[in-house]
Design a protein around this ligand. Structure first.
Ligand code: PLP
Length: 400
């Protein structure tokens, strides 16, 4: 079968809830992927940062293979011999006391919202049903009904009503707006430290720190959604560390699964996590032994290969070199570490640029029409990065 045949199958039998770039991937390793025709591409999306460790990392593959020969699923009705080791590693890696494992990012966010609502009643003393959570404009936290109730992106929320009440949305990048929106019933503020889906929007320096301080002052939980920004992507283990704005709850996903399987979690200290008691939350697959083995290996790779340092160093080179490209339609290069975006002028349709990049051997996806995100696996070398930048330069210079 050829690429066009696979695409035709997706079109015919798959719901049309995505508009993928017309390329089929049938093999991958490190920061490269191949199509069925044998053409090789740089992967500059990394499955939205779920492949920070690179495709098919040998250490993570070994962990999968070893665990397949032991036990893969037990449910939480019983203990297994991997989950505790995984959660210990996750707590040490993040610097939090406890973790609650789930599967997808959306589930981690749901878990954080439930945790905050319960904490609001049981610790803060808010009447049940009155809890308020502050979110921000242009957020992306996932696709469940509760989560899209926070969204102001019409694609995400239109015709999915009735929406879940209890959310108050304020502009991003304004700590003052958050402070004004707080009432005695506010239990939490949820933000992404850098807005990935919104087009890699980096807030002003000091924002995260100010939000942290406002939350502390008002006895409100600070929830950081690090699902896309976490695990070394922005040049630190977690993006909040750029300002030492430690949250009360951190939502994790994507790269926690090492590019192999969906693994997510929230981490928090005991004083917050204690609101969950037996039977009050759960997941059949959360913390399963296979996922735990993968998650542990995924964390070890980030640590051993110092992928935070690699992202920090190569990110600087990327922004510096791309900003030098002569392309009149290009307005801005922004980002942190290896989470970057090129913003073209308003109204510019970047889809055709992504097609041209594909033809030149690099896969990236546009967001919001005029923005292209560039986020390669963090195992990329400087030589590979410079090769990729040469492709981007060639394509950008030909933009009319
Ligand atoms: C991807 C993402 C999610 C949702 O994760 P899923 O695994 O797709 O449910 C939530 N928040 C952020 C910031 C994300 O980037």
């Amino acid at each position: 079968m050829k690429s066009q045949d696979y695409i035709a199958l997706d079109e015919k039998y798959g719901a049309h809830n995505y508009h993928p770039l017309p390329v089929v991937i049938s093999w991958a390793e490190g920061c490269k992927v191949k199509d069925p025709e044998g053409k090789t591409y740089f992967d500059f999306l990394s499955a939205y940062s779920a492949v920070n460790q690179g495709h098919r990392h040998p250490k993570i593959l070994k962990a999968v293979r070893d665990q397949l020969d032991q036990v893969t699923l037990t449910s939480r009705a019983f203990h297994n011999d991997k989950m505790g080791l995984f959660l210990k590693k996750l707590c040490e890696f993040t610097g939090f006391e406890m973790a609650l494992p789930m599967n997808t990012g959306a589930e981690a966010v749901e878990t954080a919202l439930k945790c905050a609502r319960r904490w609001g009643v049981e610790v803060k003393g808010v009447e049940n049903g009155k809890q308020e959570i502050i979110c921000v404009e242009e957020n992306f936290h996932g696709r469940t009904i509760a989560i899209v109730s926070m969204s102001n992106d019409p694609d995400s929320y239109v015709n999915y009503g009735p929406y879940v009440p209890g959310f108050k949305r304020v502009p991003y990048n304004s700590a003052e707006a958050i402070e004004k929106a707080i009432t005695p019933n506010t239990v939490a503020v949820i933000i992404e430290p850098i807005q990935g889906e919104a087009g890699v929007f980096v807030p002003d320096a000091g924002y995260l720190k100010a939000v942290r301080e406002i939350c502390t002052k008002n006895k409100v939980l600070f929830i950081c959604d690090e699902i896309q920004t976490g695990f070394c992507r922005t040049g630190k283990r977690f993006a909040w560390q750029h300002e030492n704005a430690r949250p009360d709850i951190m939502c994790l996903g994507k790269a926690l699964g090492g590019g192999i399987m969906p693994i997510s979690a929230i981490v928090a200290d005991y004083e917050v996590m204690k609101v969950f008691t037996p039977g009050t939350h759960g997941s059949t697959f959360g913390g399963n032994p296979l996922a735990s083995a993968v998650g542990m290996a995924a964390l070890e790779v980030l640590e051993e290969q110092k992928l935070d340092e690699n992202a920090e160093r190569l990110g600087k080179i990327f922004r510096e070199e791309v900003a030098k490209i002569k392309c009149p339609k290009m307005k801005q290069v922004r980002g942190k570490g290896l989470l970057n975006a090129v913003v073209f002028e308003k109204g510019f349709e970047a889809w055709n640029v992504c097609i041209a990049l594909r033809d030149a051997g690099l896969l990236a996806k546009q967001t919001h029409g005029n923005i292209i995100r560039f986020a390669p696996p963090l195992v990329i070398t400087e030589a590979e990065l410079r090769e990729a930048i040469a492709i981007i330069k060639k394509v950008f210079e030909e933009i009319k």
